[in-house]
Every structure is written in C-alpha cells, then in structure tokens.
Design a protein around this ligand. Structure first.
Ligand SMILES: O=C(O)C(=O)C[C@]1(C(=O)O)C=C[C@@H](O)C=C1
Length: 127
C-alpha cells in the first residue's frame, strides 16, 4: 500500500485499533528522537564555537572512528543493524561539520566531504 493510501474501510476493527496504538508509540519515539537530536545539536554548536574560537579543525576523523566503533557495538547489542547505525551517525556528523564550518566562517561544505557522506577515511568494514 502506498504511503498516501488510506486504510481500507472494511479492515478488521481490532487490527486498526492495534495499529493506531502502535503508531502512538512510534510517534512518541519520533518526538523523543527529535528532542534528543535538538539537544545533541545544542552541544555540537558549543563545540563548533569552541573550535572556531581556538582555530581547531571542524572534523576530527579519529574521534569519529571511535564513535562509529562504539555505536556499532551498541547497535549489535540492541539488535539494530550496525551498518545502519554507522550511516545514521555519519549523516548527523556531516551536518555537524557543516555547522562547524559555517560558524568558523568557512565554505558551507567541508572540503572533500559532502553533507551526509561517510568520513574520508574509515577502516571499519561493514559486516
Ligand atoms: O567531538 C567533536 O570534535 C565534534 O566536533 C563533534 C562531532 C560529533 O558530532 O560527534 C562532529 C565532528 C567531529 O568530526 C567529531 C565529532
């Protein structure tokens, strides 16, 4: 069923009720994710200002590799696809670096790294 399609009128009422109940939890989790991301970006903005004030580079590939390694481990423990966890973190970090570069008054995109791209060097091989 396409995303825009409505549920069939003759669908089982109990199943629809269960679907709505599950969707409530999904909506709560999505809201929590947005709030968590907003908090994370507040902290990374502080990091961006600190780095800009002290002439530190926007990206820290060694730190990123440690974060990826750690999150892949956490994902495995939580039965979440580690490759997805890595992609998700890289997506967020690319945006953070974009912010850092803007705060520092540099080009909108860090050299050699498009928004959403994986780090330039990543020895961690997807399993
Ligand atoms: O910890 C830093 O140095 C940050 O700038 C934060 C952060 C992150 O979002 O976690 C972003 C960019 C760096 O390459 C590494 C980590």
């Amino acid at each position: 069923m396409a995303a825009h399609e409505e549920l069939p009128a003759d669908a089982d009422a109990a199943a629809i009720e269960q679907l709505h109940s599950i969707r409530e939890s999904i909506d709560n989790i999505d809201a929590a994710l947005i709030h968590l991301l907003a908090e994370r970006f507040k902290f990374t903005q502080s990091v961006g200002r600190l780095k800009a004030a002290h002439g530190l580079p926007a990206a820290d590939p060694a730190r990123e590799l440690m974060q990826i390694d750690r999150l892949r481990g956490l994902a495995e423990e939580a039965h979440l696809d580690p490759a997805f966890a890595e992609k998700f973190l890289n997506f967020i970090i690319a945006e953070v670096i974009h912010h850092h570069v803007k705060i520092a008054g540099g080009p909108a995109v860090a050299p050699g790294r498009a928004a959403g791209a994986a780090p330039a060097v990543s020895p961690i091989v997807a399993s």
